[in-house]
Design a protein around this ligand. Structure first.
Ligand code: F0G
Length: 456
């Protein structure tokens, strides 16, 4: 290509107005929300970076596919299209649709876990962890040490520490029903896992006779990083790399709200016939008949088309570059972020930004609220509120205190991102004035969604 500008590889056919609010209105919204941006109405948010989950824009081909949806209860044509696309990508024999990723997690874990079991991973996402802990099993995070140091540059910070995994398998192997790897590693900063590392996990699983499942939510972004960063991979297509990633595993859970480029949906896929039969029984109980699993026929169509679009090179080049573009601007302004930036999000290092706010005063909440107040931008705390409360009721600092700015797919343009950078830099300028928070009320599980706070 002659020109260096990487453009959005689409043009816009339909637009949605965003609402501008005043600082006073945002102040009021925060008070009403108990200083938890999850509880702020989305209409009062100018640029919503709360999540990249289900918030993407569908293509005209996906909208067209919706009209092709076959709403038959059993054996719908849309299911077969959905299944064929997923089998082509993953090679897994059984494809079980679910209404989103956590439903796949619940079905898998409720089927195979017993109290006291251990599920190792690089880093479990919060819903994955919760679905393991609710079965009274342990979710054990074994990411490499580099993955826990925000400022450290490493090409594959999502990698599993293979020595630690081997130790777990050797010492607690009889309690491990499967090994899981999250690609990309969302809770660790959207960081990729290398093919070499996945091969290492496969080899250990073979030695110890354990099944290996991917949490595949952002498999295409992971494949793009492999193409860019792993020796010998640059000439392969993202799809071929993704196919190899899946070929190393025995199954996966998937939220199609991320790299399915859909607004809802997910699936559970695997090779094991017996496990699939048990999972389908539970699916029928809680999600629906195995050819729709809680989704409409048109959802299955949108996901099938989305999974084809998400591995296209122009899309992935633009996608990963737009995240790095925001990271570059923040880094140039001195803002501490997880380096290198992840695929779907930039993670602000709130603990480093606010050394005067201790982890149990929730620096991530302080930054998230300041960003909303200053600029109407919504991010999410991934830190002590999300991970600091343990099943026994004790509270301790989370591994990191981050604020994630997740970029919805194909939604915001470069000028939106320029404004986000300005907003973060303004919060950074005022960082010494920011104070911490205390929790005034919170549920015992997944407290970050609905906790209420008061400023200190
Ligand atoms: N696994 C990972 C790595 C995720 O990031 C998510 C969701 C899930 C599983 C669960 O999928 O939402 O479809 O039930 N992550 C969203 C986020 C919520 O904002 O990162 P789900």
């Amino acid at each position: 290509m002659l020109f260096k500008t990487i453009i959005e590889p689409f043009r816009i056919k339909s637009v949605e107005a965003v609402k501008f609010t005043t600082r006073e209105e945002r102040e009021k919204a925060l008070v009403e929300a108990g200083y938890n941006v999850f509880l702020v109405p989305a209409e009062d948010v100018l640029i919503d970076l709360l999540t990249d989950s289900g918030t993407g824009a569908m293509s005209s081909a996906q909208w067209g596919a919706l009209m092709q949806g076959d709403e038959s209860y059993a054996g719908s044509r849309s299911f077969f299209r959905f299944r064929d696309v997923i089998q082509d990508l993953t090679g897994f024999r059984h494809v079980i649709p679910t209404h989103q990723g956590r439903a796949a997690e619940r079905i898998l874990f409720h089927t195979i876990l017993k109290p006291g079991m251990v599920v190792p991973s690089n880093t479990h996402f919060d819903t994955t962890r919760a679905n393991i802990e609710v079965e009274q099993a342990e979710a054990r995070d074994l990411v490499i040490a580099e993955g826990k140091v925000p400022s450290l540059i490493h090409p594959f910070k999502g990698n599993v520490d293979l020595a630690k995994l081997e130790k777990t398998l050797a010492e607690d192997g009889d309690r491990v029903p499967l090994v899981m790897v999250t690609v990309t590693n969302n809770s660790g900063g959207g960081q990729p896992v290398s093919l070499e590392n996945l091969r290492g996990v496969r080899a250990l699983c073979d030695t110890y006779g354990k099944p290996f499942f991917l949490d595949a939510c952002r498999f295409a972004e992971n494949a793009w990083f492999i193409k860019q960063r792993e020796p010998g991979q640059s000439d392969r297509t993202p799809k071929a790399i993704a196919q190899e990633m899946f070929s190393l595993a025995d199954g996966c859970t998937m939220s199609a709200k991320k790299d399915g480029l859909a607004n809802i949906g997910g699936f559970l896929a695997m090779n094991d016939d017996e496990l699939a039969a048990s999972c389908r029984s539970l699916l029928i109980l809680t999600e629906g008949f195995p050819t729709y699993g809680g989704l409409a026929g048109y959802d299955l169509e949108a996901i099938a088309r989305g999974l084809e679009e998400v591995v296209e090179e122009p899309y992935l080049r633009y996608r990963i570059r737009s995240t790095a573009y925001l990271a570059d601007k923040l880094t140039a302004g001195g803002v501490p972020i997880i380096q290198p930036p992840g695929g779907h999000a930039v993670y602000l290092d709130a603990r480093a930004m606010l050394p005067h706010v201790t982890p149990l005063q929730y620096p991530g909440i302080a930054i998230a609220n300041a960003l909303y107040l200053e600029a109407g931008i919504r991010g999410v705390e991934i830190g002590t509120v999300m991970f600091g409360l343990h099943p026994d009721g004790t509270e301790a600092p989370g591994p990191m205190d981050l604020v994630r700015l997740a970029i919805p797919r194909r939604v915001y343009t470069q000028s939106h991102i320029d404004l986000v950078a300005e907003g973060v830099l303004e919060v950074f300028r005022k960082r010494e004035e920011l104070r911490g928070y205390r929790i005034t009320e919170a549920p015992k599980v997944l407290r970050h969604f609905s906790a209420r706070f008061a400023p200190l």
